[in-house]
Ligand binder design. Structure first.
Ligand SMILES: Cc1ncc(COP(=O)(O)O)c(C=O)c1O
Length: 398
């Protein structure tokens, strides 16, 4: 069957491919420790689940306004006031079916064929594909490990052309866990102020999972003059263990939000009503469970870095947040096990799956072939066992 040409411009998600392979092995009775997952390993906090159930009991199960219920828009605005110190109104908010959907709406609303979108690499796997789906051109800018995987102002300057429409910043980052501090953001802001046609998508989905007492900051907070050009993307998936509820939101210029809402009205209509009510409780209710989860991730991160540092040849930029590490395994490239040679991150991920029974995501999927992404959204016991198995498998390579 002939498919539309746009399908030729996207790849299936690398994480899904890893999961499929892990499931195949599981079916044959092998226990796989899965470091590939991109979601917290905790249940949705009870108060949030109860709010969802209550909304069903009260019959709040019909279509809502396309852009979301006012209660949720208000909760988003209050959260932005409290956590960012920024004032927005309901007209600046669009509620969508997950952060991914919010991003897609933004791309479809802003991008024309030939428009360029600057994507600092390593990047979240979906950015380039989603830009391609919007008929625009991803411009990947390498941010090497020596730079802490952070976009430097001179590299941003070099990447900007008259066709540049959008820059995507993701902090803390999936896959590196690195975040942009105020100084780094101010340096980028200086460049952006010189290029007034460039808009910014700030993907802040991990902003509540920050380590070492780091204070949250984003571009809109450090440079007021950029505020009208910044779109904040967020959602409840990661911070509140609500990946399955599918609530994300986009905040920014009212004209764009109105257009993105019109776009959403012809695609999905509103996000699920029940999920919206649960998200109101997530944002406006007790914040303790979310804060405690962030602390657990920080503790695990410290342990994971210890385990990695005990493995010869591996370097790893210490994350500032989220629940991923992105260690560099290039010291093992070119090594052999039997007839198998490890040429890059894909081979290494395959080798670890077969020899260590550990699922990881190859860095190639994130634009950095030297690295492997481990998510530590796993129990302490699985983390210990998984890294022990990785260390043993690596010793087989020569
Ligand atoms: C960087 C980043 N942005 C956005 C998302 C989208 O999350 P969701 O669609 O579940 O809200 C993810 C999920 O993995 C992510 O890692």
């Amino acid at each position: 069957m002939k498919l539309a040409a746009r399908l030729g411009r996207i790849k299936p998600s690398a994480t899904l491919a890893i999961n499929a392979k892990a499931n195949e092995l599981k079916k044959s009775g092998v226990r796989i420790i899965n470091f590939g997952v991109g979601e917290p390993d905790f249940d949705t906090p009870q108060n949030i689940g109860n709010a969802g159930m209550e909304s069903i009991r009260k019959g709040m199960t019909r279509y809502t306004a396309v852009g979301g219920i006012n209660e949720l828009k208000d909760a988003v605005c209050s959260t932005l006031k409290a956590d960012y110190g920024l004032s927005y109104g309901r007209e600046n908010v669009l509620v969508s079916c997950g952060g991914k959907h919010a991003l897609y709406n933004l791309f479809m609303t802003l991008l024309d064929p030939g428009d360029e979108v600057i994507i600092p690499s390593p990047f979240w796997v979906s950015y380039p594909d989603m830009v391609n789906l919007a008929d625009a051109k991803p411009v990947v800018v390498t941010c090497p490990q020596e730079d802490g995987f952070i976009l430097r102002p001179e590299n941003l300057e070099k990447a900007i052309t008259p066709r540049t429409r959008l820059l995507i910043l993701n902090s803390p980052s999936n896959p590196t866990g690195k975040y942009y501090g105020a100084d780094e953001l101010k340096a980028l802001a200086e460049v952006l102020l010189r290029h007034e046609n460039v808009l910014i998508a700030s993907d802040d989905i991990y902003y509540r999972i920050l380590f070492g007492g780091k204070k949250w900051v984003n571009l809109a907070m450090v440079e007021e003059k950029l505020r009208d050009r910044i779109f904040i993307l967020n959602g409840v998936s990661k911070s509140y263990c609500m990946t399955g509820w599918r609530i994300g939101y986009l905040v920014g210029d009212r004209t764009v939000i109105k257009a993105a809402t019109d776009f959403q009205s012809q695609v999905t209509s509103n996000a699920a009503s029940i999920s919206q009510w649960a998200a109101v409780e997530a944002l406006a209710g007790d914040q303790k469970p979310a804060a405690e989860m962030a602390k657990v991730f920080e503790r695990r991160c410290t342990r994971v870095l210890e385990l990695l540092s005990a493995m010869p040849g591996i370097t790893c930029a210490a994350p500032d947040g989220a629940f991923y590490v992105f260690p560099n395994f290039s010291a093992y490239f070119g090594k052999k096990f039997g007839t198998r040679t490890i040429a890059g991150s894909l081979d290494l991920a395959d080798f670890l799956m077969e020899e260590a029974h550990v699922a990881v995501v190859p860095g190639e999927a994130f634009g950095e072939n030297n690295c492997i992404r481990f998510s530590y959204a796993l129990s302490d016991e699985e983390i210990e066992q998984g890294f022990d198995a990785v260390a043993r498998a690596l010793r087989k390579l020569s």
